[in-house]
Design a protein around this ligand. Structure first.
Ligand code: FAD
Length: 370
């Protein structure tokens, strides 16, 4: 018998939930991560006593009461409500698009006035079948919202002009005819009190952990240690990139300590002009209603991805999706490897979806093994 029942590659939410569920069932697990910390992309680093979201701002939200109760069983969540602002040429607009935004754009005060303007701008766009992202957005919300609040931001995100981007990137653009700045429609949202590391620590409990350990540097040894491997890294790397590399968009973060108590008055401010190189500024303390004497702000710059950078957003176009399907069909043949999480499934998932999929995978797996 091998030393461990499960070797879990990657200590993000997927790996950590898997570890928790396996240990709960009396299994022996080792979780490894190539980074020098656990938690994957939800990891926070304390700077000036503020939890700084190192890999991008993370706001937990879900409609699923079971998932909400699950995360709250490890750490209590606060009442943080995401209500980002957009800064376009020095003017501030509320997001998501709602009556406050329409008042700021056009001075209208009633839903009917707002509906009328949006409808007339959609009609003026004269688009029947949108052939690119620009036309898609114009046909959904009209010219003003598109040009001031969508165009520049999206072009920075994807590094290409909006009329050269596929329409499918934007499926819906919800507009809300109430004065409600709550970004999410979900029943539950918040930030773990004390930060996301508490959630990860709660999940991992006393699971054996090894950080700074890359599966591929010692693949044979790692594999020999355990009966099963749970793999949450890049699936193309697992198969030696034999069909080619899956592509991503990356991000660069510039963190800065500012010597004032409150810098921008909100956790998230988007910059929607094309010629400002960052997409948003995050002021981390506001996620936890912090009152520390200083503050930490982070500018987020979208970047082209190259293999030495962090892979943040999959580019789910036809080419990459077809490539992924090839890797996926190889993965289906594995007997003792389970693939899970955002990198192994080449899909953007929010945290609650990753937790849901890990819980589903463990339920199925442990039902079939005993
Ligand atoms: P990860 O957290 O990426 O974990 C994978 C881990 O595997 C990493 O720690 C990595 O180091 C490790 N690993 C990879 N390869 C190897 C290897 N060869 N050997 C050892 N270890 C390896 N979700 C929300 O719900 N709300 C948000 O507001 C939100 N904001 C986001 C903002 C950004 C910028 C991004 C990119 C994502 C955001 N998400 C958000 C999504 C959220 O980050 C993911 O759902 C979640 O972190 C995925 O967990 P995971 O375990 O699949 O992957």
């Amino acid at each position: 018998k091998k030393k461990y029942d499960y070797l879990i590659v990657g200590s993000g939410l997927y790996g950590s939930v898997f570890a928790h569920e396996a240990i709960k069932r009396g299994k022996k697990c080792l979780i490894i991560d190539k980074r020098n910390h656990v938690g994957g992309n939800v990891y926070c680093e304390k700077i000036e006593d503020i939890n700084v979201h190192k890999y991008g701002a993370h706001i937990f939200h879900t409609n699923d009461k079971d998932i909400w109760d699950y995360v709250n069983s490890f750490v209590e969540f606060n009442r943080y409500t995401n209500s980002p602002l957009a800064n376009y040429k020095g003017q501030l607009y509320n997001l998501p698009f709602n009556m406050n935004t329409f008042y700021q754009l056009w001075g209208v005060k009633t839903p009917n006035e707002a509906r009328e303007i949006i409808k007339s701008q959609i009609d003026q766009a004269l688009i029947t079948v949108p052939s690119n992202l620009q036309e898609q957005a114009l046909s959904l919300v009209g010219k003003d919202i598109y040009e001031k609040l969508i165009k520049g931001y999206t072009e920075k995100q994807w590094g290409r002009p909006a009329n050269e981007l596929p329409a499918f990137i934007i499926k819906r653009l919800p507009v809300r005819f109430t004065y409600d700045n709550n970004y999410f429609n979900d029943k539950y949202q918040g930030i773990p009190i004390g930060g996301y590391n508490k959630l990860i620590d709660g999940l991992l409990g006393d699971c054996e952990v090894k950080t700074g350990a890359d599966f591929f540097e010692n693949r044979a040894d790692w594999t020999a240690m355990a009966e099963h491997v749970i793999f949450t890294g890049n699936i193309d790397q697992f198969y030696g990139y034999q069909f080619g590399r899956l592509e991503y968009r990356s991000l660069r973060f510039e963190h800065e300590i500012v010597n004032e108590e409150n810098h921008q008055g909100n956790a998230v401010v988007n910059y929607t002009e094309r010629n400002i190189p960052y997409t948003r500024i995050i002021e981390h303390k506001h996620f936890e209603f912090g009152t520390q004497p200083k503050t930490v702000v982070t500018k987020e710059f979208p970047e082209d991805w190259t293999p030495e950078k962090e892979a943040y957003y999959p580019i789910n176009d036809k080419h990459n999706n077809a490539l992924f399907e090839k890797y996926k069909s190889l993965s289906k043949k594995e007997k003792n490897v389970i693939f899970g999480g955002r990198l192994a499934t080449y899909q953007y998932y929010d945290m609650h979806q990753i937790i849901g999929s890990a819980l589903k995978a463990t339920a199925t797996h442990f039902n079939s093994t005993n």
